[in-house]
Design a protein around this ligand. Structure first.
Ligand code: ATP
Length: 230
């Protein structure tokens, strides 16, 4: 579904990604693990088009999209859940969800999102800013689902959440994958991310330095040393 080749991205003269190549097959859940500042957010932003690529190729379902605008990529089905949720605090939960469907231009309904996250239904008329961190993460994922993603880009969904909520959110992500959504997930919580992923890549200072089946990466001594606290 997604084929990235020799992708580079920079902030002014500072390189953030270099020679990044990876693939995500339809139906797969792929995790990118890496330390703070490795370039994980930049990678997702370059795939969604929010951050321009300075070199390389991004092919989605066979089409070269590296120069396309973010809106066009959303219409193709590439939808990003940004780091830090970025919900619209003063707007109600239901209005946040409605905005997620904006690029679809059709009468998308929130029923699927409410079925997955009943608490959002209970709070649908409340300002999103009054929700807890975990509920805001559910809303950010729900808003992305409103755009009918084929490829969901998830940036640090576990950030700032308690272990119990991390388990809950990752359970929902695994359920989305089981339901057929293709997912590219980046998270500093490498253990939780690899536990639900099919495959993983290790990103270090803007370069891919390792890849493999998620179960193998979980047991790789270097990955354990650097990212799993062993
Ligand atoms: P984190 O988990 O902390 O978000 P990350 O792996 O997502 O880290 P990025 O946010 O992609 O990493 O950052 C990669 C590199 O690019 C870092 O060195 C960072 O300081 C730099 N960087 C990120 N955003 C900008 C920006 N807007 N301007 C300049 N440099 C930036």
């Amino acid at each position: 579904m997604l084929e990235v080749a020799a992708l580079a991205s920079r902030y002014g003269r500072i390189p953030a990604l270099d020679q990044v190549s990876l693939r995500v097959a339809e139906g797969e859940l792929v995790a990118i693990v890496g330390a703070n500042g490795a370039g994980k957010t930049t990678l997702l932003k370059t795939l969604s088009g929010v951050q321009p690529a300075s070199a390389g190729s991004v092919r989605f379902q066979g089409a070269e999209i590296v120069a396309e605008r973010p809106r066009t990529r959303v219409q193709r089905g590439i939808v990003q859940v940004p780091e830090g949720r970025q919900v619209f605090g003063p707007l109600s939960v239901e209005d946040n969800l409605a905005l997620g469907a904006y690029a679809r231009g059709s009468a998308a309904t929130a029923e699927r999102v409410y079925a997955m996250f009943p608490v959002l239904h209970d709070k649908k008329r409340e300002p999103a800013g009054t929700l807890s961190g975990g509920q805001q993460q559910m809303l950010a994922i729900g808003r992305a689902l409103m755009a009918a993603p084929k490829l969901l880009l998830l940036d640090e969904p576990s950030m700032g959440l308690s272990p119990k909520l991390v388990a809950e959110i990752f359970g929902h992500i695994a359920a989305l994958k089981a339901g057929g959504t293709t997912i590219l997930l980046v998270d500093q919580n490498a253990r939780a991310a690899l536990a639900i992923a099919d495959r993983g890549y290790v990103l270090e200072t803007g370069r891919i330095v390792g890849e493999g089946p998620a179960a193998e990466l979980l047991h790789d001594p270097q990955v354990r040393q650097a990212y799993l606290g062993h």
